[in-house]
Design a protein. Structure first.
Length: 145
């Protein structure tokens, strides 16, 4: 993820660590029989991220967590307990991200409305200033006669 996207995500709460699964990631990963490197590759995250999450040195974002759980679900036997657990956790993380997006959109809408109101006020002020300048110019012309 680029610096701009990462900063944007942090600002909008999309990077908040939230994996709170019933079992540890290492337990689930071991249940499907893959290494940290294999899971990382399947999820599209660095191997160090998997290692750090499993060692409790780092929390994982909702976005990466969803990718990790979806990768586990793809690897697991369909309808197995691990598959069901992984799809349930991925669904929770996706719902969390959707809610963050909804809240961010509300905030953006409010900011836009506020900016539009300010732009209208500025336009009125500019129009008023133009009128005053015209009146002042007229007064100056009269005084020169």
């Amino acid at each position: 993820m680029g610096a701009e996207k990462k900063d944007h995500a942090k600002v909008h709460g999309l990077e908040r660590p939230i994996i709170r699964a019933r079992r540890s990631l290492s337990e689930i990963r071991e249940d499907v029989g893959v290494s940290q490197a294999q899971l990382a590759a399947a999820a599209g995250v660095p191997k160090s991220a998997i290692a750090n999450v499993e060692a409790d040195r780092q929390k994982v974002s909702a976005r990466d967590g969803a990718e990790i759980y979806m990768a586990i679900a793809q690897i697991a036997t369909p309808q197995s307990p691990v598959y069901l657990e992984a799809t349930e956790e991925a669904a929770k993380l996706i719902a969390f991200q959707e809610e963050n997006c909804r809240i961010a959109r509300i905030g953006i809408k409010r900011q836009r409305e506020s900016l539009e109101k300010k732009a209208t006020e500025i336009s009125r002020t500019e129009a008023d200033l133009e009128s005053k300048k015209a009146r002042l110019d007229e007064l100056c012309r009269r005084s020169k006669k």
